[in-house]
Design a protein. Sequence first.
Length: 504
Amino acid sequence: MNHNTKVLTTILTTLGTLLAGPLPAADEALLDVLLKNGVITKAQREALSDGKKSPAKPTDAISAKPAPADDQGLLDVLLENGLISQAQFAALQVKTAQQKRTEHEARASLKDGIKLKSQDGAFQAQIGAYAQLDSAFYSDNPSDFSDATQLRRTRLAVYGTVYQDWDYKVEADFAGTTTGGSFNDVTITDAYLRYTGFKPFSFTAGNFKVPFSLEAVSSAKYITFMERGLPFAFLNLRALGGMVAANSDNWTASAGAFGDTVTSENDDDEGKSVAARITYAPFFQSDRVLHFGASGAWREPPQNAPADATKPCAPDNSCAETVRFRSKPESNPINDSITGGRLVDTANIPGDVQYFSLFGAELAGVYGPLSFQGEYIRTDVDRSVGDSLVFDGYYGYVSWFLTGESRNYKTDKGIFDILVPQKPFSLTSGGLGAWELGARYSEIDLNDDGVSGGRERDITAGLNWYPNPYIRFMANYIHVLEIDGGPHDEEDLDIFQVRAQVAY
């Protein structure tokens, strides 16, 4: 075997290996060998190397053609230098094309939903779904609230990434009980596009969660109790708008401008708002976290259509802006003919509301299986007629994992996320899943300056069982300690409710 034959054999063997799984270091080593053995010139060596680093960079070293960007370029050089035949060139070219197709093929996974991902990770698509089935039982004193069962949420989502830096999500709720629709209405919950290519910033546009409050921006799949606390009566969880966000190892910041919710149907000007949230975790480990957060928002409510649609807004044809705050007793199936189960309700606040502002403070911590969380939310309402109004509310709770798990904190989002049991439930291996106890106090005050929406205080005890990360069973007992004023003044109510949830 002569020298050129040996060199050619080495080239073809190495090239075949690279085509099966190209490695940048091996590419460079091969080029060095070819240069040393006189197979390629120094100019060709530099052109091939530069081509791999800068695919679009031109060079005059090889027939004034652009520098090769991959192994195809090496094949061109070998053919040009007479080291491989046209037949060998064609055969290797086919193999190169096959390798390129393989690189762009998607890998499938069934973990955390149905997931497809390209080999280079630049493209991803995932289908997720979750459903919550609730049953609730109510005491009858003095109101007669009917026991009820409902699909609290039934959602299907498609989300992923295109060209590495563009994230998207489209999610619909088929239960219709989340955003005020009738049961079994289909409602869009999330529909947004997010650009993440300018680290540490991201830019989001569409319909998504407003940056306000720890529990509000956390997914309902992962909160400790079946329903969020009473103060969330002040919030619109989602709205159409745009947001810029940034984060580092232990802090997050986000701010956005928003219109109305995707389900609103205003006859006149829609509402407008701005909101922002910051979080800071001075220390965090897998089982140790201390979290601080603050939120602020300003909102102009939507303008009502004039009483007489043929005339413009005027003192005798009012288009006054108004707002209404109301809350159920941390149980969604409850209903009645007076307020739809809202035990506290301001009704439409009179006086032509110009705007209202919100402030929120949040504190949370994890110490092994023990965790605590609390938030305070205050609302100031400015009116053209009448004094300004102040309403507020707060909640606080503690939880304990009997099986030793810790709540899962996401520092890049400033929220708590999916809980993974240490030993998933299994009759064969003896795993019990994760068991959690929780206790919460919650209060809201909607009474001020002639507006008697009511003041409510609740306590809740909860038990959660997580057989695995995707299934959860919940039981909550709620006792209404006091209702002062409002449509259900002095209501005495006890609630027992259960939930079965699958989130995949």
